[in-house]
Ligand binder design. Structure first.
Ligand code: NAP
Length: 300
């Protein structure tokens, strides 16, 4: 199924931070890239190491203007915006189209399964730090890894973006990889978002114990869901958090400060749902989920 063409037709849904970086990677690999936007942008530029490059994508704001199925669709909206991408997917995803969900969380496949797409879905984890500076202007700060499951679709995706600014890595145990990535967000994001403070808040009185408790519960829920995690993952995630500058933010903090909905259902909610499914007590995550849901505006 995956004969790599010299110039595959690729659509990227979402002109945000990750969408911008991946659209550029696909263009750099020589593909024909359409960027599907909700809010119009004049053009796309990506800034890396202080240097801005214009990315030669076609920008589309209306699914009705597009010709029909493409080879690859990359969904790079926030997790809670996935349902809103349905009109694009109806137009662009045929039975030979692989839809790659490049989003945080552990429920990529379930999220897209609800849309009953005709072709395969490939979940992807971005170890990339990027931000939207202005409409159509993305800063790629650091990180180039995108992790996908081993297999035919994953290998074809790696070949698709080869030799560009992003490295696609194949994981033989994607479930564990996804839970491990979730750990990097599951304590820092809610705690910064709810307090309105940067990573410095992790050193405030009482917070280290809360952070460790959130991670310990998440590891237990992940293990019950089949991920191969252990207490070492709690320690490793604490070390990971300790390496951030105190003034660093998180995406959930940024969304909350900007009055946008947060990805709490995809991050904290994933732990609570796994806990409920497998009979694992996750009271700290459950409490934070209720607070995040109450604090997040309803609009998607
Ligand atoms: N940024 C990072 O460093 C980073 C790192 C790792 C993982 N992630 C994950 O990657 C995913 C994407 O994050 P992000 O930071 O790139 O988010 P983002 O900057 O907010 O970008 C999301 C984009 O999706 C667009 N969008 C939403 N609904 C749409 C629709 N119906 N049709 C077309 N476009 C639509 C938004 O449009 P508007 O312009 O209208 O809002 C926005 O441009 C998230 O799951 C995030 O957790 C991000």
């Amino acid at each position: 199924m995956y004969a790599l063409l010299m110039a595959d037709r690729i659509a990227v849904i979402g002109a945000g931070a990750i969408g911008g970086v991946l659209a550029q990677a696909a263009c750099q690999a020589g593909h024909d890239v359409t960027l599907c936007v909700r809010t119009p942008i004049p053009s796309l530029s990506v800034i890396r190491d202080g240097e801005a490059s214009q990315v030669p994508v076609r920008v589309a704001a209306d699914p009705g203007t597009l010709a029909g199925p493409v080879s690859w669709v990359l969904v790079t909206t926030k997790g809670h915006q996935t349902a809103g991408a349905e009109p694009w997917l109806r137009r662009l995803a045929g039975s030979d189209t692989t839809v790659v969900a490049v989003q945080n969380g552990v429920d990529h496949a379930e999220r897209l399964a609800q849309l009953r797409l005709p072709g395969p879905v490939l979940p992807a984890l971005a170890y990339i730090a990027a931000r939207r500076e202005a409409p159509g202007q993305v800063v790629h700060v650091t990180g180039r890894r995108v992790v996908v499951p081993c297999g035919e679709a994953g290998a074809a995706f790696a070949a698709l973006l080869a030799d560009g600014p992003v490295n696609v890595e194949l994981s033989p145990d994607f479930l564990t990889a996804a839970w491990r990535k979730l750990l990097t967000n599951v304590a820092a994001n809610p705690v910064t978002a709810l307090t309105g403070r940067t990573m410095a808040v992790l050193g405030s009185p009482g917070i280290p114990a809360l952070v460790e408790g959130l991670l310990t519960e998440s590891v237990a829920a992940g293990v019950a869901a089949g991920a191969r995690l252990s207490a070492t993952d709690v320690a490793d995630t604490l070390d990971f958090y300790a390496r951030f500058q105190p003034d660093a933010g998180t995406s959930m903090l940024e969304d909350r400060l900007a009055g946008r909905p947060t990805e709490h259902e995809e991050i904290t909610g994933a732990v609570v749902r796994a806990g409920d499914r497998h009979g694992v007590q996750v009271p700290l995550n459950r409490a934070l989920l209720a607070l995040l849901a109450a604090a997040s505006p309803d609009t998607r």
